[in-house]
Design a binder for this molecule. Sequence first.
Ligand code: TYM
Length: 348
Amino acid sequence: MSLPAKAAPRVFSGMQPTGNLHLGNYLGAMVRWVEMQASHECIFCVVDMHAITVWQDPEDLRSQTRAVTAAYIASGIDPKRTILFNQSQVHEHAELAWIFNCVARLGWLNRMTQFKEKAGKDRENASVGLYAYPNLMAADILVYRATHVPVGDDQKQHLELARDIAQKFNNDYAKALGAAGFPDGFFPLPEPVIMGPATRVMSLRDGTKKMSKSDASDLSRINMTDDADAIAKKIQKAKTDPEPLPSEVAGLETRPEADNLVGIYAALEGSTKEAVLRQHGGAQFSGFKKALVELAVSRIAPVNAEMSRLLGDPAEIDRILADGSKRARAIAAPILDQVKDVVGFLRG
Ligand code: TYM
């Protein structure tokens, strides 16, 4: 059986259970996942194996894995319809990652900007896992032969690497793949899905820096666990410039903070920056921020409340993850078996 020219779409994405989920994770990825779930076969993962590429306290890792799972469900991921699981329960990811470690080239990984950012100046002291991280990410996706990957803009380079790995595997093993009935290659080249007005949510303190879990200032981000007062305080304190809002998107080009707040507003409202500026163009930030607080609280508070409710029953969350892992393995195991045959591994 050969891979159809256009493989049936299968969506895969993941998030690390490290620290609080923030508005960037929610608007850049999660909202898109919930949309795609309505029309596609989706597999969403809590990537705990990626998390330990930097030190994680074991107890914290367990509770963060549950918290991220609760955030997925509270945001609208339906674990019955969609496969929702934690990465370490599906060992096929790690096995395929090893094979990809042997496909990917050192030069490719040396170009990864996220490794450079995360390792910082103390590169010699970074874990090997942090360096090889993108190969595991490629395995996450390709062990399901997933075709579409909804992510924020910061994951683009990793997705390009996943495509390079898929292509090189298909080329390197072309002969064996042809003999095994895959003359057109085995892995699809996964497409990044980076869409909407908030693919790169920026820090509230500095419109040129990405909103991130690792920023030392909690004022830089809105956490999905923040209450209404905290959300209001952070938006009121968000950095702006002295001009009123422009009425055209072009007027945001040299104003990163204004651009960021308008993008956040549009994403929360499910509209576009154009639509937001049609309504608020000419307004002072004081008034716009008030409207933004109201909108943000109305979107985040219910997610927050549902997360707390779900976390009240950790055994149920564990059960959901175990069930999702079983379903994920049912897809991944036969794919990995085919890969092992093609590579030349004997198996009983
Ligand atoms: P992670 O855990 O850093 O982030 C999860 C998702 O949130 C998006 N994101 C943002 N989007 C917009 N603005 C921001 N400021 C912002 N910050 C984060 C990320 O782009 C991501 O979509 N390597 C991945 C996890 C991963 C993965 C995968 C993703 C592991 N395997 C396979 C897709 C497919 C990561 O660290 O995401």
